[in-house]
Design a protein around this ligand. Sequence first.
Ligand code: ADP
Ligand code: MG
Length: 730
Amino acid sequence: MSFVSSRQKSKHIAVNRPERIFERPTDNSGNFQRVADYYGQNIFHVSDAQEIPSEIRNELNQAVKDGAIISREHAKIVAEAVTEWAIKRGATHFTHWFQPLTGSTAEKHDAFLDFNGNEIPIETLSASQLIQGEPDASSFPNGGSRSTFEARGYTAWDLTSPMFLKKGAQGTTLCIPTAFVSYHGEALDIKTPLLRSVSTLSHEATRFMNLVGHKDVKKVNVTCGAEQEYFLIDKNFYFERPDLVMSGRALFGAPSSRNQQLDDHYFGAIPERVLSFMEELDLELHKLGIPAKTRHNEVAPGQFELAQIFRDANIAADNNQIVMALIEEIARRHNFVALLHEKPFAGINGSGKHLNWSMATDTGINLLGPGDEVHQNSRFLAFTSVVIEAVKRHSKMLRVSIASQGNDHRLGANEAPPSIISVFTGSTIGKVLEAIKDGKEFTPEGEITLDLGADQLASLPQDNTDRNRTSPFAFTGNKFEFRAVGSSQAVGFPLTILNGAVASVLKESNDILEESIASGNSVDKALLLLCEKWMKSSWDVVFNGDGYSDEWLVEAEARGLPNLRTTADALPVMLDTQETSFLTDLGVYRESEILTRYNVLTERYCSLREIEFHTMIDMINQYIVPAGIKFKKDVAEVLKLQKELKIESTVEIDVYKKINLLLETLYEDSRNLANMLKALPEDEPERSRQIAQQLMPLSEQIATFVGQLETHMPTEQWPLPSLYDMLFLR
Ligand code: ADP
Ligand code: MG
């Protein structure tokens, strides 16, 4: 079958696919079960597993609280209980589940099967198999931190995150969340530094609360809720686009005439086939104890979002990895392919992952929750100022934490949070903070309720945090929202950097507060003085205007805010110890661990871009140029015929010339790209710079020419599914 007829067939299949029917859990009398009945049925969490005797559970929970090492006997009891639990639910295998530096997750399965002394088969998981594993670390990226002869890496059970069942088509595997470290204790994963950053931040925030009078606070949790954006396209189109398969994004494609200018997709009715997918996804997530809460269409056609209820950062980070994997898996069951890439299609919105972030004490206080009277709430204001100072001081590392080749298409492009890190406070809180900075009194002005203009609607109290979608880091009511995070990225890394940045400024703040209170200031006074200090030093990072405007670029530069446009610009920040010392001082990373991450991320950036370039060149040679030549031949035949018949017409000549010119340009550009690829230096930092500064612009130019060619060719002769097909047909 030719490409073209297969594309026609795919369209037909996509629009006629029935919704998948899946089974919703029912009780014995055939009634649908309530969510609360099956919520968490596929997880085993030590903190509340009924299968573990309650005294032991209490001791384990205490050990977790104190950060103590759990005893082998206890581990044995848990191992036996979880094995029994998992086997009853059909599990045959277990795996240590971890997050290597690739940002995805890794697993190596072992059967529960073993022999007892008499070669009789038994099923077992020993205490040491639960606590520690030893995957072959040499095949994971390590950025040169270990030589291969010493490729031992260990996975260590993280008992604070629930174990869970992963269901395949027929079998089931027990997944044990673990950290992944080298023989010398070097963190080879994303989780380990995250855990370190959470305890540091908890320590500093607890000290802060104790200082300001909350002596009962013993621990502060970092809370996180991730909103996940993604695209869905029909499976058939996906496999006809080698660029999507190879790189996760359409390397070219002419925009359709209706994209998102009508804004009618956002919050519109969810298409039926998609809703069916979302229902199954929510069901599976709820069984895994992942509190999926919100589902809706996003701004771009074919784009959707899922948000879960916030929880402890470490669990939220694990949850988000599972969410991403399940979105992909369940999409396939519905004959969709989910694209988690930050920018699968040029010309329409990309996908991000809003990282909602706050801190909550073990006594239940949200540290970023304002009281009823914002201007009187000195603790809240001081805390907010600490976060703003942290973002200002460590904006470069925050930029690094969200750097990826995919996110480069959003950040700095004209339709996503820019690569300049600034903070949106909202106008009310912004005014309060500004008044404090200037040593003035704040008087709240005007209406505080919104007039909805309809008597039958209850009037809503005005949200103190007007919405601003253009800020990379926004205060949204009782939390901050780090919006520049990429949709495909593991949230652990940006969380770690953010926690570290805030912990570092908090540490300094605690010393200031302690001294200030000791010198006779009241707690309120000391808090306001602290707030004044931080607002004076960090006011430049506060920006409540339109972050997508050109004026902001100019103004940000005048304010001296860094603008690290590409990943290649951002990553070298990790080599600057002035920028990273806050992390090593706090013990969140060792110096060598930062270097490791620099090497891994740089290598990844280069490899992923190179895959894109190679794919682009192949597709031009194998699909685009042949299609163009074929069309030229058709036109040439008409031209020849016209000449024989002595008919005058300029249209065909124009078309022929246009196609010819585009093909020549394309051919030449793609040959240049191939040559530049061959000439790339071995040295990776230099390689990444050349890729960002020379090869990327050329590849973008090529994409534009391919788009032009597509718009000038008959649609039935175009060999690839168009953006229209992929975004609108389902
Ligand atoms: P949106 O930003 O789309 O308007 P919401 O404001 O309702 O959505 O919430 C977005 C996310 O913020 C949800 O995942 C929610 O659980 C999370 N969230 C709410 N409060 C907190 C908090 N204190 N800490 C962390 N995340 C929070
Ligand atoms: Mg949000």
